[in-house]
Design a protein around this ligand. Structure first.
Ligand SMILES: Cc1ncc(COP(=O)(O)O)c(C=O)c1O
Length: 393
């Protein structure tokens, strides 16, 4: 593994983050960290755990009460037929959940079909399992959804799994129930696993969020992956969870969890219990505010960039994934480097102190796009837009 790690890239998001540390008074639209405060229920759970000295080892798979609450949430909110709390593995955020799931299922050389663009750590985690992520482009004209005929053609005898992320980071596209039903049919007829990364389940502005694991016969072959990071504004606390019905895969994922984390931080788990037992109002409040921020940013971007960066507000997640007008880039001499999106991103950061991430980082078909996070507070978004005005004048 040691030498092999040299071949795994550090995420470009991290490269940008390091760049942003050198910028004075930056606008941090590069990272998907919501600006909201965590709900009192989460914080109370953590405070009480500290006062009660809950600072000792815990069962690897999570506190029994937390696993019980998660199983109940998956049944009632997501419609997933979880029969036993034993199915639940509490993870160190969504990232660790993805790691446990992919390392349990994928064998060296297995192909994992996934979208282009996709959040880079998911690609790197598949590679770290010596598997091969096969990115199939989503189409902007389809609202950043797959052309499902194209998806089906990408399945080969080596395909072991399909990775879906709906709503998705970075494009904001969300799969419809009909999309999921067709993907479910493909998975069943070709005997494939599905990883369903639902980190943004609570950030869908219209329509219903559907977990593919809730469709008939799918929980048996799907590992749904969740995180509390975005829904409860606790990105730094690190609580996520996965559910696995298949006993063999669950036992494997449990070993990955054990040998990578032993257990998730006890204080964080008590916070999660507090959040799941408490009122869920913050989820709706966050979503309402995120929609306002999305609209504010897209309207401002249209005004400020005059079409040099363009796109339509997405239905989910909290990113603006916008296309660079090549003619504008050429007029500024920004089309000479190896990657258009990297050159433009570096120019924007240097000239306006606004963090953003190049499309290329999310997959080769996403070159020519840029991602901004629209989950920052309104003041930061407005400040960033004003600061970018001169770049596009
Ligand atoms: C698509 C996607 N999945 C999973 C995660 C992981 O979230 P966490 O911060 O809980 O590790 C993220 C975080 O940005 C994400 O964007």
């Amino acid at each position: 593994m040691g030498i092999f790690l040299d071949s795994l890239p550090m995420s470009g998001i991290v490269r940008i983050r390091d760049m942003m540390y050198t910028v004075k008074n930056p606008f941090r639209l590069d990272q998907g960290d919501v600006s909201f405060d965590a709900p009192e229920s989460f914080k109370d759970g953590m405070r009480k755990a500290i006062d009660a000295n809950h600072t000792h080892y815990l069962p690897t798979l999570g506190l029994p009460r937390l696993r019980q609450l998660i199983a109940e949430k998956l049944r009632t909110k997501n419609g997933i037929p979880v029969e036993s709390d034993d199915d639940i593995i509490v993870s160190n955020g969504g990232t660790h959940g993805i790691y446990c799931a992919l390392h349990a299922v994928l064998e060296p050389g297995d192909e994992m079909i996934c979208p282009d663009p996709l959040w880079p750590p998911s690609l790197a985690i598949a590679r770290s399992a010596h598997a091969v992520p096969v990115q199939v482009p989503v189409r902007e004209a389809l609202g950043f959804r797959w052309d499902l005929d194209e998806l089906e053609k990408a399945i080969t005898p080596k395909t072991k799994a399909i990775y879906i992320n709906s709503p998705t980071n970075p494009s904001g596209g969300a799969l419809t129930r009909a999309d999921l039903e067709r993907i479910a049919e493909m998975a069943k007829s070709r005997n494939l696993w599905v990883f369903s990364d639902e980190a943004y389940e609570d950030v869908l502005f219209s329509g219903e969020h559907v977990s593919i694991a809730s469709l008939p016969g799918m929980y048996e072959r799907t590992i749904p992956i969740y995180t509390m990071s975005k829904s409860y504004a606790v990105t730094g606390v690190r609580v996520g969870y996965i559910a696995i019905k298949d006993k063999v895969m669950r036992a494997r994922a449990a070993k990955v969890a054990l040998y990578t984390a032993s257990n998730v931080c006890s204080i964080a788990q008590y916070g999660a219990i507090g959040a799941l037992e408490g009122p869920q109002d913050c989820i709706e409040e966050f979503k309402t505010e995120l929609k306002i921020r999305r609209d504010l940013f897209y309207a401002g971007l249209k005004d400020v960039t005059k079409g040099a960066l363009s796109g339509n507000p997405p239905n989910g997640a909290f990113y603006a994934f916008v296309k660079i007008d090549p003619a504008w880039a050429a007029s500024k001499g920004l089309d000479k480097g190896e990657s258009l999106s990297w050159t433009v991103v570096e120019h924007i950061i240097k000239e306006s102190r606004v963090g953003c991430v190049p499309g290329l980082d999310f997959g080769p078909a996403s070159e020519g796009y840029i991602r901004f996070c629209t989950c920052r507070d309104r003041k930061e978004l407005t400040g960033a837009l004003e600061s970018m005005r001169a770049v596009f004048a």
